[in-house]
Design a binder for this molecule. Structure first.
Ligand code: HEC
Ligand code: HEC
Length: 290
């Protein structure tokens, strides 16, 4: 045994008396006092915290703590307050005509804010975050409408969808001229040239001329005499150089062959009437509303 008071020669610090390998000795350097105090205070603090706040899981839940604090309650209260603030606007929108919602600045900005949020959640996957659209999914920012750009038109489109299967859906099927062999490949080629010629893009003027007769026979009932389209029938304007499925010759031949037929879901059972009105006003406000 080494004497307890033995001092290390090099550092001048007291030794603990532990010795390894004959001459490896341990200096006696206890934890600093301040450090220990911080530890003790933390322990006392944690016990207080366990008592005051929700802390420990129990078989049937958790210890609620003296203060009864709950983040869930706080959030619910905040939501309730926000809902109350919104209720006034929502009620007004519920009973107002769409034109009135658009005309009243407060209802308009409330609808645009709510409509934008709902659009991001429900419509952006198909129409794009900025409603810019993709092939087959129309751009909602421009003033070109397949089914109409008045508030009432947009409202109906959103409520019941397009070819959605809902009894009141917008619905119209372009014949599948190629798939069902209603027209020959040659005729379809000529028609595609005729359609391209509407925007002066025909590559084969003679074919475009020949296609005119077939167009008059087969296509005008939906797309109109001059190919200007018909919103009642959801038949797009073929002369405006804005294409749902593309304006290349290949895309146009495919449109005539397959008839296309885009599907948009009905929202009347998924979203409440006020949200659908907000969406209507929002889409209308994007730039192309009529
Ligand atoms: C599953 C994809 C999909 C979703 C989701 C979707 N749409 Fe559509 N939407 C379409 C397609 C496809 C068309 C074009 C249908 C056609 O070819 O006539 C369309 C057309 C429209 C039109 C008509 C455009 C015109 O030119 O007449 C409006 C307005 C519209 N959508 C709004 C919305 C809104 C608002 C939402 C969200 C509540 C939404 N859409 C969600 C696929 C979708
Ligand atoms: C019964 C009505 C109907 C007839 C007849 C019809 N179409 Fe269509 N056509 C439509 C509809 C509806 C669409 C839009 C389909 C969609 O939105 O998915 C369409 C879309 C198109 C498109 C795609 C437009 C785009 O923006 O991409 C082309 C091209 C077209 N039709 C050409 C023709 C030609 C050529 C004929 C005659 C051979 C014809 N259609 C006859 C209803 C018709």
């Amino acid at each position: 045994m080494v004497d307890k008071k033995e001092i290390d020669d090099v550092t001048g610090v007291e030794l603990t008396g532990h010795v390894w390998d004959d001459d490896l000795r341990e200096l006696n350097e206890p934890l600093p006092k301040w450090w220990l105090w911080v530890l003790y205070v933390s322990i006392i603090w944690s016990v207080g915290y366990w008592i005051a706040y929700p802390a420990w899981p129990t078989a049937s839940g958790y210890t609620k703590g003296l203060f009864g604090y709950s983040q869930r309650t706080t959030v619910s209260e905040e939501i309730a307050t926000a809902n109350q603030a919104q209720a006034k606007f929502r009620q007004a929108i519920a009973s107002a005509e769409l034109e009135t919602v658009r005309a009243e600045p407060e209802l308009l900005s409330f609808s645009i804010a709510g409509g934008r949020a709902s659009f991001g959640d429900n419509c952006a996957p198909c129409h794009g975050r900025g409603a810019q659209g993709f092939i087959g999914y129309p751009n909602l920012n421009d003033d070109v409408w397949i089914w109409g750009g008045k508030l009432a038109d947009i409202h109906k489109t959103i409520l019941f969808g397009i070819r959605s299967g809902h009894p009141e859906t917008r619905d119209n099927a372009m014949p599948r001229y190629g798939l069902e062999q209603l027209l020959t490949k040659e005729q379809i080629n000529e028609l595609a040239e005729t359609v391209l010629a509407f925007a002066n893009n025909a590559t084969d003027k003679a074919a475009a001329e020949r296609g005119k007769a077939i167009f008059a026979e087969q296509c005008v009932s939906c797309h109109g005499d001059e190919g200007k389209g018909n919103q009642e029938l959801g038949a797009p304007d073929l002369t405006d150089a804005i294409w749902l499925y593309g304006g290349t010759k290949v895309a146009i031949v495919t449109s005539i062959s397959t008839g296309r037929g885009g599907v948009m879901p009905a929202w009347n059972e998924r979203l409440d009437p006020v949200t659908i009105k907000q969406l209507t006003v929002y889409v209308h406000s994007l730039g192309g509303g009529q």
